[in-house]
Write a protein that binds this ligand. Structure first.
Ligand code: SF4
Length: 351
């Protein structure tokens, strides 16, 4: 007996580096992420190495657009619904002398019709303090929201309260700006229950999309000192996968796309910076696979005569699991061979 399982709308694949495609279920966007390295962040969140958060080593000159961006703007394949995302710094805390030249060439690119708009990531307190005329330059702003629990925010020296996030979301909505939220799991003091409660609060804010980042310990950070003193124990991969899958499930209930589930830095950057934590080269696939496994387990539990599952071709690798781990796990669990049959078109969920 076979059933058809379509990929859920939230089984999106997001990429943070290179042109990235983000679908909100209605339309597809192409996003060029530009990491503004060499620009100082005045804050010191315990898990962060601001110099690394830019994701690139070459310094960024705010006075002129980088050559690789100009090349990308000429690629016709990326021409529709194209956005430039300015990441890696808290732009609104820049001095006017640094920010103004950047905004000027951004405006020129927008006027030329080469992009549909701009995105950036900001702290919620920066959104609440920033001049509305600067915020309005962006069509979408991603808020860094490591947690909605005040004890966790204190533990990571975040210097703002959870209510600040709610205020920032409301302000962006009032200004007609799209809202993305970058979340974290496994921070100091964040139990599984605290992470899930934080997820529920974020989901109720109804952002346009979220990102889920497991906490890693990077060298030369305050969190690294906590780890060395054995006051912080990072999640292992299994726990990080379980918590991320639970968060993704919750966002799906609210119809909120997960644009990325994984790390905020590319592997090349992490290699030299990673001291400890649940890093895995296919972390996102592990989480998508675990979500499939949970559903497949429930399905075969309630359909003991079934041994075949029809899965859309797009989702088959997630359903079978990383290196076939779901197939092995399900076969051991149900003591029978299980067949994953790829089908071109998705059908209905059996659950
Ligand atoms: S997480 Fe963001 S606000 Fe905090 S130190 Fe890093 S770059 Fe600055």
């Amino acid at each position: 007996m076979g059933v058809q399982i379509p990929p859920s709308a939230s089984f999106l694949r997001g990429r943070s580096f290179g042109p990235c495609f983000l679908s909100n279920g209605m339309q597809k966007s192409t996003i060029y992420p530009l990491f503004l390295s060499g620009t100082a962040c005045p804050h010191r969140c315990s898990y962060c190495r601001p110099a690394l958060s830019s994701g690139v080593n070459r310094p960024f000159d705010p006075g002129s657009p980088p050559a690789d961006l100009l090349l990308w703007l000429r690629v016709p394949r990326f021409a529709n619904n194209r956005f430039l995302a300015l990441y890696g710094t808290d732009l609104v805390s820049w001095s006017a002398n640094t920010l103004e030249p950047l905004l000027q060439w951004c405006d020129a690119i927008l006027r030329s019709g080469a992009v549909s708009g701009f995105r950036t990531s900001l702290r919620p307190d920066s959104v609440n303090q920033a001049d509305a005329s600067i915020l309005r330059r962006f069509s979408t702003i991603e808020l860094g929201v490591p947690s909605m629990d005040s004890s966790v925010l204190n533990a990571i020296q975040r210097d703002h309260a959870p209510a600040c996030v709610t205020d920032a979301v409301h302000r962006l909505r009032e200004l007609g700006i799209g809202v993305g939220i970058q979340t974290m799991i496994g921070l100091p003091g964040a139990t599984r229950e605290i992470d899930q409660a934080s997820t529920e609060i974020v989901a109720r804010l109804r952002p346009d999309y979220v990102r889920i980042h497991p906490t890693l310990v990077l060298y030369e950070t305050p969190l690294w000192a906590e780890y060395q003193a054995k006051r912080y124990v990072p999640l292992d991969i299994e726990e990080a996968v379980v918590r991320s899958a639970a968060a993704w499930d919750e966002y799906e209930v609210y119809g909120i796309p997960v644009a990325r589930c994984g790390f905020h830095l590319p592997d090349s950057q992490l290699k030299s910076a990673l001291a400890a934590g649940p890093w895995h080269p296919a972390f996102g696939q592990l989480v998508r696979g675990r979500r499939w496994r949970d559903r497949l387990e429930a399905y075969f539990d309630s359909h003991p005569d079934s041994d075949t599952i029809d899965v859309s071709q797009k989702a088959i690798s997630d359903a079978v699991g990383h290196r076939g781990e779901n197939r092995r796990w399900l076969e051991a669990r149900f003591h029978k061979r299980i067949r994953f049959r790829p089908v071109p078109e998705p059908g209905d969920y059996p659950w």
